[in-house]
Design a protein around this ligand. Structure first.
Ligand code: UP5
Ligand code: MG
Length: 196
């Protein structure tokens, strides 16, 4: 694919843990390209003529995980065009992999990740953040019902991915309850400990 030399950090954490917020800081200070799987799916959903639009819409509203072929293809396309356009090979892949099969497929077919940055946050805190954001976000899944489903999918399917990587010593876990700037400080400390 030509993405073989890319440096990939997976950014995981429950819905509303602050993945997107912290990725923006890392883009500013470290020159990463931020690829949010959720954002890419929402863009594909809205792309005129997309054969996946309706499917993606249904999955997102239900908090379910879109079949991995679609998401991996969107990520690979975005990586390839970033590398081609500006030579940047440093990627934060946010909100992916969300399921064990996705983790294995991506690391085998695209590129192994350097490590996973995990934002650890209690559900109650995430819930408050999402309901608050839902007042203005326009996101179809920022409502009580969808949030409940997203939490369940995270616990049952996505957290096991984090646990798997952690068992191999491949996770930088950060407490995500504090203010954005305090969380970011912990991220920076962890990055410098890893030579980044
Ligand atoms: N906020 C952030 N940090 C804060 C802090 N420290 N203190 C106080 N407030 C804080 O933050 C959420 C809100 O909290 C914001 O208002 C922010 O200001 C505030 P954000 O940074 O957006 O959190 P994030 O973790 O990015 O939350 P997000 O809602 O994006 O997480 P999800 O994982 O639920 O969403 P995502 O877009 O990744 O996925 C959506 C759906 O897409 C999934 O449910 C699934 O259906 C589908 N999907 C797939 O199928 N496959 C994939 O691979 C990826 C997604
Ligand atoms: Mg996000």
């Amino acid at each position: 694919t030509g993405d073989g030399q890319a440096i990939v950090i997976f950014v995981l954490g429950g819905p509303g843990a602050g993945k997107g917020t912290q990725c923006a800081n890392l883009v500013r200070d470290y020159g990463f390209k931020h690829l949010s799987a959720g954002d890419l799916l929402r863009e594909e959903q809205d792309r005129p003529g997309s054969q996946y639009g309706d499917m993606i819409k249904t999955y997102i509203k239900d908090g379910q995980i879109v079949p991995m072929e679609v998401t991996i293809q969107l990520l690979e396309n975005a990586m390839t065009s970033t590398i081609k356009e500006n030579g940047n090979r440093k990627f934060l892949i946010d909100g992916f992999p969300r399921k064990m099969d996705q983790a294995l497929a991506f690391e085998e077919k695209v590129v192994p990740s350097k490590f996973t940055l995990f934002f650890d946050c209690p559900e109650e805190t995430m819930r408050e953040r999402l309901l608050n954001r839902g007042k203005t976000s326009g996101r179809a899944d920022d409502n009580e019902e969808s949030i409940k489903k997203r939490f369940r999918v995270f616990v049952e399917q996505s957290k096991p991915v984090v646990d798997h990587f952690a068992s191999k010593g491949r996770v930088l876990a950060v407490d995500a309850k504090a203010s954005p700037s305090e969380v970011y400080k912990a991220v920076q400390t962890g990055f410098s400990e890893r030579g980044i």
